[in-house]
Design a protein around this ligand. Structure first.
Ligand code: GLU
Length: 469
């Protein structure tokens, strides 16, 4: 295929960006980015009663956090209403659509009679073939002339061929009596005008594809490739809902998941490439294809998400991770880090990011680091700092001054120290935890020393070793 790939994400701004929407956006983004294509964003804000600017902003924020950058301006579907109406009129002029003057009551009567007679209740308008000379000067809608027989086959890249009998499709309304376009017309016209080559979206839109195709066919436009992806289910196999936990990307952001991990996990949710589980954006973009999308609903698995996120944190650049951490602290309304603490965090990042799966984990591991000297021990920790313990700390401190500051160096030194004095390392750990963190439950002593660095470690041990007055 030599044609340039154009995909789009087309959310309705009626709420936050939910996890299913984020995955749809991600698939479109991966597909376009991996092919040197274009990824467009269209806000489907035609439902004026339900669309809000706040929801639009929430979607834009969610996309930005997820790192899903789109090309060009955001398209507002509502603003394109005149163009949608123009297409309906073109179809009217070409005899592909017609004015229907039926009232709601007449349509209801038709349906009641059809039901009573056991016929299809799909409305068949008597105006379809009416002579224009017989048209009254009354409000009317514009309906498409749907094919009466045969079938519409959606050649779906995920679902395979999906056949819908045309006698099951009615002459849908294109323009309401107040001249406003219906959603189905808007989507088809926008996708065409935006040059969309691949429509990748949730399979709840599969039936809409048949109707949208009617418009494409009437206008003689080239069809896009359709790929309808199965919805996301909860761990219990039921449709993902609030009771399964977080639904919005904002919630995941506030739970401290890194965006790179979210992209990786969501890419794997319904798509696979061999047995690859952990991968970079570049790999995902290179590998992503429609063939790899599964036909059955994927199950959301928090354990897997955390595992993948942990791997991404460990693999992340330290400065980038600090930047993301600051974002996390801002969106969770935590006071910002001082420049001094920021520098400490950056130095400590290689140790902090090991085995952290979320930014909450990371901050938890860093809690002792962010505490200010002199460290105020809690009750349990204070009990560890009795006279012999403080004497031990005073004894140890000068040795640590000479240590090579890495795990092996510190470990060797501490072991020698313990051996020479015939004390178990376990006995030293309590006072060291108390001195370094002011608590008895902390990361490992070696981890803390590495994270704090030599100068801060010595200073904290020095503080704790001083005799109490
Ligand atoms: N606006 C629709 C939705 O949010 C998507 C329409 C489409 O992708 O064609 O579900």
């Amino acid at each position: 295929m030599s044609q340039k790939v154009v995909t789009r994400f087309a959310p309705s701004p009626t709420g936050y960006l939910h996890i299913g929407g984020a995955r749809t956006a991600l698939f479109n983004w991966l597909f376009a980015r991996g092919r040197g294509g274009t990824f467009l964003l269209r806000i489907e804000d035609t439902d004026r009663a339900r669309s809000t600017p706040d929801a639009t902003q929430a979607i834009l924020d969610g996309m930005e956090w997820m790192g899903l950058d789109h090309d060009g301006e955001v398209v507002s579907q509502f603003e394109r209403a005149p163009r949608h109406a123009e297409v309906a009129r073109q179809m009217l002029d070409a005899g592909l659509a017609y004015k229907c003057f039926a009232t709601q009551e007449e349509i209801q009567e038709f349906r009641d009679a059809a039901k009573a007679e056991g016929r299809s209740t799909l409305y068949r308008s008597p105006w379809r073939d009416a002579d224009a000379a017989t048209h009254p000067d009354l409000p009317h809608v514009i309906r498409i002339k749907a094919p009466l027989d045969g079938a519409t086959v959606i050649e779906d890249a995920v679902q395979g061929d999906v056949t819908i009998r045309n006698d099951q499709l009615d002459d849908m309304v294109l323009l309401r009596s107040d001249g406003t376009p219906v959603y189905m017309l808007a989507v088809a016209v926008d996708d065409h005008d935006m040059g969309v080559t691949h429509v990748i979206r949730g399979d709840d839109h599969l039936n809409n594809a048949a109707r949208q195709m009617m418009i494409y066919r009437a206008m003689d436009w080239p069809l896009p490739v359709y790929a309808h992806i199965p919805l996301i289910h909860g761990p219990d196999g039921k449709k993902l809902s609030k009771r399964h936990g977080a639904l919005g990307t904002r919630e995941y952001r506030q739970m401290g998941y890194p965006a790179a991990g979210m992209r990786n996990y969501l890419a794997r949710l319904g798509w696979s490439h061999g047995d690859a589980e952990f991968f970079s954006d570049a790999e995902a973009q290179k590998w992503f294809d429609l063939d790899g999308i599964g036909k059955s609903a994927a199950r959301f698995d928090f354990k897997k998400l955390e595992n993948i996120c942990g791997q991404h944190m460990a693999a992340s650049d330290d400065a980038a991770l600090l930047h993301e951490l600051k974002d996390f602290m801002a969106v969770t309304a935590q006071p910002p880090l001082s420049p001094e603490k920021e520098a400490m965090m950056l130095d400590a990042m290689p140790h902090l990011k090991e085995r952290a799966r979320t930014f909450i984990d990371l901050l938890d591991k860093a809690e002792f680091l962010l505490a200010n000297r002199p460290i105020e021990p809690d009750e349990k920790a204070a009990a560890q700092l009795d006279d012999p313990a403080r004497a031990m700390l005073r004894d140890l401190t000068p040795h640590l001054r000479d240590a090579t500051w890495n795990r092996t160096g510190i470990e060797a030194l501490m072991n020698d120290f313990a051996e020479a004095r015939d004390i178990k390392f376990g006995k030293m750990a309590g006072p060291l935890r108390a001195a370094l963190a002011g608590r008895s439950a902390t990361p490992s002593v070696f981890d803390m020393m590495l994270v704090l660095g030599q100068a801060e470690t010595l200073a904290r041990l020095g503080d704790a070793g001083q005799s109490r007055n």
